[in-house]
Design a protein around this ligand. Structure first.
Ligand SMILES: [Zn+2]
Ligand SMILES: [Zn+2]
Length: 154
């Protein structure tokens, strides 16, 4: 079954018609600020696999950690941040915020990133893969995801 989600007021709904390439728990300062929380669960999705319905999301642009643009999409009525587009990320991708899923418990982070700014009271599971900043996709992604993004690029 496809995962579904939406903003807090219900004006925007979405359906994920494919599996995430990978799921990040991002502890960077932008994610902390944008969510008002300790970290964000981001589903790295191919854009074509995110089917939005209802109101059109609005966006604003920040400068991402890589120095490249980071567009944040949100609901104009309730302000919920639904997904981001990082121009530095390979492929045509959207980063969907796991907390906006109807069933956030359905996904689990594959990898924790930017743990250099992780809040100290949060202890990651011992077996968790974690990086102080980012990682090399070729070393961390499942083969299947690498193949998918390869196809998307060519
Ligand atoms: Zn809304
Ligand atoms: Zn982040």
């Amino acid at each position: 079954m496809n995962l579904e989600g939406g903003c807090a007021c219900g004006a925007i709904r979405y359906e994920l018609t494919g599996k995430p390439l990978i799921v990040h728990a991002c502890h960077c300062r932008d994610c902390q600020r944008l969510s008002g929380s300790a970290f964000v669960v981001n589903l790295w999705m191919e854009r074509k696999s995110v089917r939005a319905s209802g109101a059109a999301p609005q966006s604003f642009r920040l400068k991402g950690g890589s120095g490249q643009a980071h567009d944040v999409f949100f609901c104009a009525d309730c302000g919920t941040y639904l997904w981001s587009r990082y121009h530095g990320a390979p492929g045509d991708a959207l980063f969907v915020r796991g907390g906006t899923l109807d069933t956030p418990e359905a996904v689990r982070p594959d990898v924790h990133i930017f743990t250099r700014s992780k809040v100290p009271w949060l202890e990651l599971p011992k077996e968790a893969r974690a990086f102080r900043e980012f990682y090399k996709t070729s070393e961390v992604w499942p083969q299947e995801s690498l193949a998918r993004i390869g196809r998307a690029r060519s």
